[in-house]
Design a protein around this ligand. Structure first.
Ligand SMILES: [Zn+2]
Length: 462
């Protein structure tokens, strides 16, 4: 027996050991591989694992939820809420495998666990092109797909506030609502991930007892916390790199206060976490990057003011957005396909302009008139690269799909060529030898460790 075997299951040291023991994975599983893996675990362990169908995707894939354990708490873990975020695919597999192999873990955490491997299979399939090469930024952006706001499972729950009204739930959203209603979770973890920078978290309510572990897990695996820009200015920081999810009403009011349209055409609705709150659910989101950069957590002050930085990068983003808007408008009369890429591009491309304008407007506020930090500089510049490559890349995929299907006119092919060149130059501008990719096992380890920490806290394990 080794010393680690004597640790109290679910104690901080035990969780850190488990987080560090995640096996190395090569790439991310395709949808079919993920579904097969879960089906196989159920087939091999019928006495422990059961599953039920919770719905059907728009293109006809069955959506399943796997359950294990009969403790007094109920936890729901859902992958693929954003189909471009597949770290959770391995986290879901690993969690189920560990609960099968280690009955002591299930017993200590005293919960019934419910795991949905992927709630948006249609969307995830459109990202599979880069899954075998995680860490390769060029492959990632070239095969990146993120649905338009009103086609994201995470953000298509009903919303009714001031001039905003949304109730167009997709079949996948209805399936997730059903899973939440059935399980009434104590802990709900939609498996998201970020892209670049460091680790940060969202909680639906302050849980001070959890903060130390949420910091220790990435630290133990050598991943930094993200101390740069929060994703939106209205978010409340509970502790370093831990934020409240905030409410959509707050986002609406905050956007309105900046003089921008708080509910533009194509907006989605509420989040799944907000929907789960009717059951008193604690939602925990661990945002993990694929890539690291030494500047991401460097709080050294730089010569530029934060306001000037926001205005400068905001202006470049708005200008790039305007270029894409123009190409999209020129392409419009020639389009024949209603592809997910085109639906997403038409929604996101104008957002480059509005996001840039929002940064400019924030840059003019009094509180921005202070020196910026290196982390903020990095955050703003990366935000610019990410927006251009993600959404410029999806528009390019949309236009090239027309060419592949044999429906592109000569004019449309010319527009695709122009965009292809612009995209290449943006891609070159984003290259940075200081960017490092993170092994998948560490990313899964942090997400897995955060889930265990949340579950241990709710189970009262010390
Ligand atoms: Zn996400």
């Amino acid at each position: 027996m080794t010393a680690s075997d004597k640790l109290v299951v679910g104690s901080p040291e035990d969780i850190l050991r488990r987080a560090a023991a995640v096996p190395e994975y090569s790439g991310f599983p395709t949808l079919d591989e993920l579904a097969d893996r879960f089906a196989e675990l159920e087939r091999q362990h019928p006495e422990l694992v059961s599953s039920r169908r919770i719905g059907t995707s728009r293109l006809g894939d069955p959506l399943r939820m796997y359950s294990i354990g009969d403790g007094s708490l109920s936890h729901l873990i859902v992958g693929g809420v954003h189909p471009n975020e597949p770290i959770g695919s391995w986290t879901a597999v690993h969690l189920l495998e560990q609960l099968i192999r280690d009955p002591g873990l299930g017993k200590a955490l005293d919960a019934a666990w419910h795991i949905v491997p992927c709630i948006d299979p249609d969307g995830m399939r459109l990202n599979e092109g880069w899954f075998a090469k995680p860490g390769d930024r060029t492959a990632y952006f070239a095969d990146f797909y993120r649905p338009a706001g009103d086609e994201q499972v995470e953000w298509t729950f009903p919303f009714d506030y001031k001039n905003a009204y949304f109730d167009r739930m997709m079949p996948e959203t209805l399936a997730l609502a059903r899973a939440i209603d059935w399980t009434q979770p104590d802990l709900y973890v939609p498996l998201h991930n970020g892209e670049m920078g460091g680790v940060y978290y969202y909680l639906t309510r302050p849980v001070p007892e959890l903060y130390e572990m949420l910091h220790r897990v990435p630290e133990a695996l050598g991943l930094p916390l993200d101390k740069g820009e929060p994703e939106a200015g209205h978010l409340i920081e509970l502790a370093p790199a831990i934020f409240t999810t905030g409410s959509l009403e707050e986002v609406y009011d905050w956007t309105e206060s900046l003089g921008l349209d708080p509910f533009p055409e194509g907006s989605g609705g509420e989040s799944s976490s907000a929907y789960a709150q009717q059951y008193g659910t604690l939602s925990l989101i661990a945002e993990l990057p694929y890539w690291l950069h030494p500047d991401a957590d460097d709080t050294t002050e730089i010569d530029e003011s934060y306001g000037d930085l926001l205005k400068r990068t905001g202006r470049t983003l708005a200008d790039s957005g305007a270029q894409l808007v123009e190409l999209l408008e020129r392409a419009q009369p020639h389009l024949t396909l209603n592809s997910p890429f085109m639906r997403a591009s038409s929604r996101f491309v104008p957002m480059l302009v509005s996001s840039g304008e929002m940064s400019i407007s924030r840059g003019e506020q009094t509180e921005a008139q202070r020196p910026a930090t290196r982390a903020e500089l990095f955050g703003c510049v990366e935000h610019l690269h990410m927006f251009r490559l993600r959404f410029g890349g999806m528009l390019l995929r949309a236009l090239r799909a027309e060419a592949t299907s044999g429906s592109a006119s000569a004019e449309l092919r010319r527009i695709a060529d122009v965009l292809g060149e612009t995209y290449e130059s943006w891609s070159r501008e984003s290259e940075d030898p200081r960017i490092q990719s993170i092994p998948v096992s560490k990313l899964v380890g942090v997400q897995y460790g955060a889930i265990l920490a949340g579950a241990a806290h709710l189970a009262g394990v010390q």
